[in-house]
Design a protein around this ligand. Structure first.
Ligand code: PLP
Length: 386
């Protein structure tokens, strides 16, 4: 049988079997609607509230500050649009970065069409935002700063503690999209002065269909899904109890195993990076060499096209990505790679390898064995070659 190696954990992760086990009773035995007054409803409600506690615990939040949603896309939409509309009397200026996920980029673009003003901060060659640039961009009418915690494409971890401190000093809300960092690196919303935070279950070994928005007590925010008043009135709709129970279990596992897992993955990631540099000439790392997620390695290779590498790897059983899964259907170069200074042709030669809970040393050895040959062959037929 063909060897299968999954190196695309940043796009989605398999649910941990322990998570699946925790979810199972909530499909057909404990299936109640959390809003029902009878025992089935109360059983589901109890599971929902216990899940809220478990999820809050991993970021040191209060359970009441957790709003369950269906995805990070939804949480990010709620954060930006909800804060914008609730605070429009104070001002209509919002600051984001040039390397946000498309759901922030597009929400911001839509807000512009509604009369809000958006500043998009540039990043350096590693994808880092300079907190001084945030300070300089703040105006009297600024209401929100939203900066991604760790890049889904290049893995760079942003200095959000410094940025949020500046926001606090200026009385501005600070939101971070932590879809890639949540459950992987420590987050304390109090120590880090975060007012709103987005996280998604399917990025950290939970099921798809569950996510959260942390909203600090007292934050002014408008709902945009109206209905029966679920989730403190911020997100109506019958809650997805099985997925939320799974999300909570995934959080408990991540909290317990984070330290050990980070050491293991950083070691494998560094072996991978070193191996690629050694075996493949004209290869470069995208993102910061140290300030990066333990599971992310993103490269660009001269004279090749990322899509061709993906196809060749797939033929050998390796699943990888050229950038973020969400943009891989488009043939435009990644806005993140352009923002760190790559030329469109260089950005097209990128490969993201993201590691996870079931990545082994053998997997790394396998890709280090096959990738140099793939790149060599593609370069031989490349129209860009020397
Ligand atoms: C940083 C970041 N934000 C948001 C999202 C969207 O997540 P979801 O699939 O839960 O909507 C992703 C997924 O790729 C992501 O990596």
């Amino acid at each position: 049988m063909k060897k299968k190696v999954y190196l695309d954990y940043a796009s989605t992760t398999p649910a941990d079997p322990r998570v699946v086990r925790a979810m199972l009773p909530f499909f057909s035995k404990k299936f109640g609607n959390t809003m029902s007054l009878h025992s089935f409803g109360q059983e589901a409600k109890q599971a929902l509230e216990e899940s809220r506690e478990a999820v809050a615990d991993i970021i040191c939040a209060k359970p009441d500050e957790i709003i369950f949603t269906s995805s990070a896309t939804e949480s990010n939409n709620l954060a930006l649009k909800g804060v914008a509309f609730a605070n429009k009397e104070k001002g209509k200026h919002i600051i984001i970065s040039q390397i946000e996920h498309p759901c922030i980029v597009e929400s911001a673009r839509w807000l512009e069409s509604q009369g809000f003003e958006i500043t998009r901060l540039a990043v350096d060659k590693y994808g880092l935002i300079n907190p001084e640039d945030v300070k300089r961009a703040i105006r009297k009418d600024t209401i929100l700063v939203s900066i991604i915690h760790a890049s889904n494409e290049i893995g760079t971890i942003e200095p959000i503690e410094e940025i949020s401190r500046i926001c606090k000093e200026n009385g501005i809300y600070f939101h971070t999209d932590a879809a890639q960092s949540f459950g992987k690196i420590p987050i304390d919303v109090n120590k880090m002065n975060i007012d709103l935070l987005t996280a998604s279950s399917h990025k950290m070994y939970g099921p798809k269909g569950a996510a959260l928005l942390f909203v600090r007590e007292g934050t002014k925010i408008e709902p945009f899904i109206h209905g029966g008043g679920h989730e403190g009135g911020l997100r109506s709709s019958t809650v997805n109890t099985p997925a939320i129970v799974g999300f909570a279990k995934a959080c408990q596992i991540c909290k317990k195993e984070m330290k050990k897992e980070n050491q293991r993955l950083s070691k494998l990631r560094d072996e991978l990076i070193k191996g690629i540099f050694k075996k493949i000439p004209d290869s470069y790392l995208n993102g910061h060499p140290q300030k990066r997620l333990p599971n992310n390695a993103n490269f660009w290779f001269k004279f090749v096209e990322g899509e061709s590498i993906i196809i060749q790897l797939d033929l050998l059983g390796i699943s990888a990505s050229t950038g973020s899964a969400c943009s891989s259907a488009k043939l435009e170069p990644s806005h993140v790679l352009l923002a760190i200074g790559l030329k469109p042709q260089e950005a097209h030669g990128s490969l993201r390898l993201s590691l996870g809970r079931w990545t082994t040393k053998e997997d790394i050895n396998y890709i280090l064995k096959v990738l140099p040959e793939i790149i060599k062959k593609l370069r031989e037929i490349s129209p860009f070659k020397r």
